[in-house]
Write a protein that binds this ligand. Structure first.
Ligand SMILES: Nc1ncnc2c1ncn2[C@@H]1O[C@H](COP(=O)(O)OP(=O)(O)O)[C@@H](O)[C@H]1O
Ligand SMILES: [Mg+2]
Length: 297
């Protein structure tokens, strides 16, 4: 069974997309068959990995984007997978093993225009279709927007593990508390649609500190987050017994922003500066920590 992991937080701009894209790349580089779903209408992960020119083509028609499995409802997840998505200028495959199901801006319609059948919510449709491709992967990742509305619910419903990117500021702690409340509510309302083959409902397995400046002392924010995590674990609210703050933290590095413009994961940006090397190493270490932190399914 593939490990299914959602990255989510109730706070925007904390680094969900950068973490998930670079971690997915590191997992694929370890030889794991990796599939990334982009469930954020902003399409940051899709534009990053496909580059604008390729992505513009699907944004213009909507064909090939995840929303097409809901409306018009004729596409299937298996047909939307872009194999070995990262390409060089000549179309050469730069990162075999990293596949993407992209989104375009039309995913926003899932929150409004789309009228779901109450007996078959959109996340149940997605779950059925994901089951058709799951055997082809070791890890399936879901990049989510900072809420638990319908687009996010797809990832939250099928995932077993949730990782929460966090920054050292107080708003991250507030975001975490809000996330747990919304998560618990969603798990209750979706429980009747679960099947035993899906494994346990998603819980928080880890908190990952991102974009940490070298001169910042994060001991106090980490301690506050640990206290909150312990509290939720004790109350059995949305946090797995093995949930932890990850030892690996990702440093703040300009090259992360630059990688987006280049349309490459940081590990492929090159080694001009030691910064690219060091932060790539952070992502590799994070991927290793995720691999080791196996949930007891
Ligand atoms: N480790 C990092 N160092 C420097 N900038 C970063 C780092 N991680 C993320 N960023 C930048 O912060 C901004 C928000 O990150 P992003 O991954 O898009 O967050 P989210 O998906 O949570 O909204 C982006 O401009 C991104 O390039
Ligand atoms: Mg994002």
């Amino acid at each position: 069974m593939a490990r299914k992991i959602a990255f989510i937080n109730y706070k925007g701009g904390v680094g969900k997309t950068s973490l998930i894209v670079n971690t997915a790349a590191a997992l694929a580089q370890r030889g794991l068959r990796t599939l990334l779903f982009d469930f954020d209408t902003q399409s940051n992960a899709s534009i990053w990995l496909m580059r604008l020119e390729r992505w513009n083509k699907i944004n213009a028609s909507g064909a090939g984007a995840i929303y097409s499995i809901f409306d018009p409802g004729t596409a299937r997840v298996k047909d939307l997978i872009i194999k070995d998505v990262v390409e060089g200028k000549e179309g050469e495959k730069l990162l075999p093993g990293l596949d993407l199901v992209p989104t375009t801006f039309n995913l926003v319609d899932l929150e409004g225009e789309y009228k779901p059948d109450p007996k078959r919510p959109s996340y149940a449709i997605f779950q059925e279709q994901l089951a058709e491709v799951e055997k082809d992967y070791d890890v399936i990742l879901f990049d989510c927007p900072p809420n638990i509305l319908r687009a996010s619910q797809n990832g939250i419903f099928v995932a077993n593990e949730i990782y929460v990117p966090s920054n050292p500021d107080a708003l991250s702690l507030i975001g975490f508390t809000l996330l747990i409340e919304k998560l618990m509510r969603f798990q209750q309302s979706s429980a009747s649609f679960r099947t035993s083959a899906m494994g346990p409902a998603s819980q928080v397995y880890g908190i990952i500190f991102n974009s940490i400046k070298t001169n910042t002392d994060i001991e106090v924010p980490k301690m506050r987050m640990q206290l909150r995590l312990n509290q939720f674990k004790a109350q059995k609210r949305g946090c797995a017994p093995s949930a932890k703050i990850f030892n690996t933290q990702i440093r703040d590095a300009m090259v992360v922003r630059r990688a987006v413009t280049l349309g490459l994961p940081v590990s492929l940006v090159g080694t001009e500066g030691t910064e690219a090397d060091s932060v790539s190493n952070d992502y590799r270490q994070l991927a290793a920590e995720i691999v080791e932190h196996t949930p007891a399914i």
